[in-house]
Write a protein that binds this ligand. Sequence first.
Ligand SMILES: [Fe+2]
Length: 208
Amino acid sequence: MFHKAEVIDNFLTVEDFKELSGLKLENVNQDEKKVYHNRIFKDGTIESSCMENKTIKRLHSNYHSIAIKILKKYAPLKAELYQYSDFHIVIAGSHFSFPIHTDTPNKLLSGVVYLTPEKNFGTTLYSVDKKKSKNIEWKQNRALFFSRTENTPHSYKSDSISNRITLIYNLMTVDIKSVCRVEKTFFPYVYLKQKINKYLLKYFNINF
Ligand SMILES: [Fe+2]
């Protein structure tokens, strides 16, 4: 049994897709990834690295209602915890691989939009016991959304041929205690797991 996820083709408008696909990014080594952090807070404050502020504002106004609707569908109580949106651009080298993991609790809604190139590998979802997997095939401008729980394992990797460039569109909070209350998870466990996973990922490229 796979966790619930929403796949939307042609997610971005032609204009937004063209602009994000054409961003000037530094190249990365084949086993590395670089994340360009861009975010907009509820009060309109913007933090940007590779996009102009007006682009972040436009993305927020174009897609926030869609994203919040998906969040309300899958985790209605989490929608009330929303504080800011990430519009990160991730460039993963041609041989980069990110292990099976569940997202951190600060992500209320996790989203990825496949940008460039034309061919690569999509994100893979796993059954709770991680014995079965399902790849959400790479297709330019296809979006994949889900709301994390402790049982939403997934992974991604590049196809060993090309760099893999995606837009990571997350609805976020800093109120982890409330997330745990909604998820009925034990805050110290979730907190500790997050700390340990950072270490495991850095030194062993694994997560638990
Ligand atoms: Fe993830």
